[in-house]
Each structure stands twice: as C-alpha cells, then as structure tokens.
Write a protein of this length. Structure first.
Lengths: 112, 118
C-alpha cells in the first residue's frame, strides 16, 4: 500500500490564491519531500524537510511537518497558472536507505 | 549536462514480447531507481541500485529484471510483457553523500517511457 496519501486529490483555484495540499504517511520517516510533475513530464524536486524540522520555506513554498500526526502540508502562495501540475509527497522511511515512497498526488489547476 | 535520459519515449508491445528500457545519467550519481506510474497510484518502486554492482527489489519487482551496466546506466527489462505492465516508467538517480547543493536524498527524474502492452 502507499506510504503517503495526499489530500485533496484535485484542487482548482484562481490565480493569486493560495493552494494547500496535505500528505499523511504511516511509518517513522527520516525526511519528507515534495515533487512536482507537469503533464507528460518527469518529477522535479521542490523541497525537503527533515524529521527534526517543523517548517521550511523556499520562495513561494512553505512546508510543515508534524511527526506526531504523521502529516505534512505544502502551501503555495500567490499561485500562478504555471503552478498547474501534480504534486507528490515522498517519504524516506527510517532504515529504508535512500529509497523514497511516493504518495498518490494532488492535481492542482490554477485558472486565470 | 543532459541529466537523466531515457529511451525509448514510447513503445507498443504485444503480450509476450520482450524489451529493455534504457536509462543513463551524467551527474556521477551513485544510486539509480526504476518506477512505474499508473493512474491514481502515484509512483511505485520496481528496482533500485544503491551503487554500481548492486541491485535490489522494490515494491513491485515481479515481471521485471534490471542491470546496472556501469555507474551511468541502469536498464529495465521486461522478459515477457503483459497488459498489466502498461504504464509510464520513470528512471531516477540521486547524488552520493557529501555532494554540494541538494541533499543526497533528493532524486532526479528522467522524462519517462510510455509503454503500451496489447
């Protein structure tokens, strides 16, 4: 079964609005990462947050991690049409080497 | 740098046919991975190679074999294709410990191979 489950499965917002996606996972992790996938393309790494971190920022991205709830959220502020993509969380499980386990993804559509 | 390249981009096979998906990276990465992506399932790990000369099974290895030919190349072989193997296949690589820039745990993905098995 998937380690990570994203919520919502799909999200449609207007340009300029903020987009929030959530990820829940099942087992102890070393870190959690977020990736973006444009239609028909490979995944691109966005941001990594380690298990001892609670919040991280990168440009318009803000990621939080709550290890007690086994959940993370990705916030994209002031969204743009170019942010339209699928977003996946991926966890590096403790003791799992460099392997990542991906969630099922959130499809974000940003409309003009 | 080309990053991670995959060939072919698209392939149609008949049930029972065999084929090899090729992957190469020019970033001097140690670890390489093969995933499949199916609608609603996210990415699932098929096989990975932590370093040249080693390979290990992932979550869904049945029906596949891999070869880590050298540090750059990691191929995925379907010996007898089945319709259930219709999917998009992605290769990825990750840098060794101590690499400047992004953490070693991040993965760099190729553009994918779309495989249709009839």
């Amino acid at each position: 079964s998937q380690q990570g489950e994203e919520d919502p499965q799909a999200l449609s917002i207007q340009e300029g609005e903020n987009a929030t996606m959530n990820c829940s996972y099942k087992t102890s992790i070393n870190n959690l990462q977020w990736y973006r996938q444009n239609s028909g393309r490979g995944l691109v790494h966005l941001i990594l947050i380690r298990s001892n971190e609670r919040e991280k920022h990168s440009g318009r991205l803000r990621v939080t991690l709550d290890t007690s709830k086994k959940s993370s959220s990705l916030l994209i502020t002031a969204s743009r049409a170019a942010d339209t993509a699928s977003y996946f969380c991926a966890t590096r499980i403790t003791g799992g080497g460099n392997k990542l386990t991906f969630g099922t993804g959130t499809q974000l559509k940003v409309e003009l | 740098n080309a990053g991670v390249t995959q060939t072919p981009k698209f392939q149609v096979l008949k049930t029972g046919q065999s084929m090899t998906l090729q992957c190469a990276q020019d970033m001097n990465h140690n670890s390489m991975y093969w995933y499949r992506q199916d609608p609603g399932m996210g990415l699932r790990l098929i096989y990975y190679s932590a370093s040249e000369g080693t390979t290990d099974k992932g979550e869904v290895p049945n029906g596949y074999n891999v070869s880590r030919l050298n540090k750059r190349e990691f191929s995925l072989r379907l010996e007898s294709a089945a319709p259930s193997q219709t999917s998009v296949y992605f290769c990825a690589s990750s840098p060794p410990p101590g690499t400047s820039g992004r953490p070693q745990e991040t993965q760099y993905f190729g553009p994918g191979t779309r495989l249709l098995v009839l």
